[in-house]
Design a protein around this ligand. Structure first.
Ligand code: SF4
Ligand code: SF4
Length: 267
């Protein structure tokens, strides 16, 4: 279970994907564009923001601060950053909105609870959840866990990203279940090993048959029907279902890159 830092959840959004959506804004961005419409989202951590133009110098924030980190200054109210523990009490006490706590840390199950409250709207409108920011890719583990969890609850997912992240080549991985006579299982698993497969398990079935299941890159099983026929003398069968995407190993990436390299004289 991972934790993330978010700075807002906007409900009933209609511009971030199909239907009615809940937009979750993650904190942190590797860029600092001067036209950014959410500059408070750029820092990856929780922050306390102060706007002097809204401050009425009432002193409520100074009284509310348990760490005595607030004091009057010629330019309004100062915050001793070393003493401040980011509790946000000053923002709660401020009557004019001059102090604002931006961001909060949430666990994936906590955020899931908040998202699930909107499920009736998603169901009615074919909507879902959009992860935005900041730049959501700056919290990849948290983002992936949330996408997984939403997927398991059948909630439509979208990611609003500028795409500024390290590039990676991904490939589809399928879950394969092979049903064959136990006498040829050694040959089948040896063959799977040459196909970059990860064996997931095997179990004995009646009449000497066995089931072996494995995760295999889709590119490695395009010819599998014929191969299994040859290995089992036509006695084997298999099912195949898309499971997830994995990064392509570096050696394979090089092979792909050279296959796509234009030949001399080609544009
Ligand atoms: S966030 Fe908490 S510790 Fe920091 S200045 Fe405000 S009240 Fe004080
Ligand atoms: S509570 Fe708000 S308005 Fe009052 S002094 Fe503090 S920042 Fe200014």
């Amino acid at each position: 279970m991972s934790t993330g830092v978010i700075f807002d959840i906007a409900r009933f959004a209609i511009h971030d994907g199909p239907g009615i959506r809940t937009s979750v804004f993650l904190k942190g961005c590797p860029l600092s564009c001067w036209w950014c419409h959410n500059p408070e989202s750029q820092s990856a951590s929780v922050g306390i923001f102060y706007r002097a133009r809204l401050c009425i110098r009432c002193g409520s924030c100074i009284e509310a601060c348990p760490e005595r980190a607030r004091s009057l200054s010629p330019r309004g109210v100062a915050r001793d950053r070393a003493a401040c523990n980011l509790c946000g009490e000053c923002a709660v006490a401020c009557p004019s909105g001059a102090v604002e706590k931006v961001g909060r840390t949430v666990t994936a199950p906590e955020l899931m609870d908040e998202i699930e409250r909107d499920t009736p709207f998603f169901d009615q409108s074919r909507g879902g959840v959009t992860f935005s920011g900041g730049e959501p890719l700056t919290q990849p583990d948290f983002l992936c866990e949330m996408l997984d969890r939403c997927g398991k609850h059948d909630i439509h997912r979208a990611v609003d990203t500028c795409g500024f992240a390290a590039p990676a080549v991904l490939e589809p991985i399928v879950h394969v279940e092979i049903n064959a006579p136990g006498t040829v299982m050694g040959d089948i698993t040896a063959d799977l090993a040459t196909r970059r497969a990860r064996i997931d398990g095997n179990e004995a079935r009646s009449r000497g048959r066995m089931i072996v299941s494995a995760y295999v890159p889709l590119a490695e099983v395009t010819d599998y029907q014929n191969r299994l026929k040859a290995l089992t003398g036509g006695e084997g069968s298999f099912t195949l279902q898309l499971s997830h995407y994995d990064p392509v190993p570096p050696r394979k990436q090089q092979e792909l890159a050279s296959a796509w390299k234009p030949a001399a004289g080609e544009e």
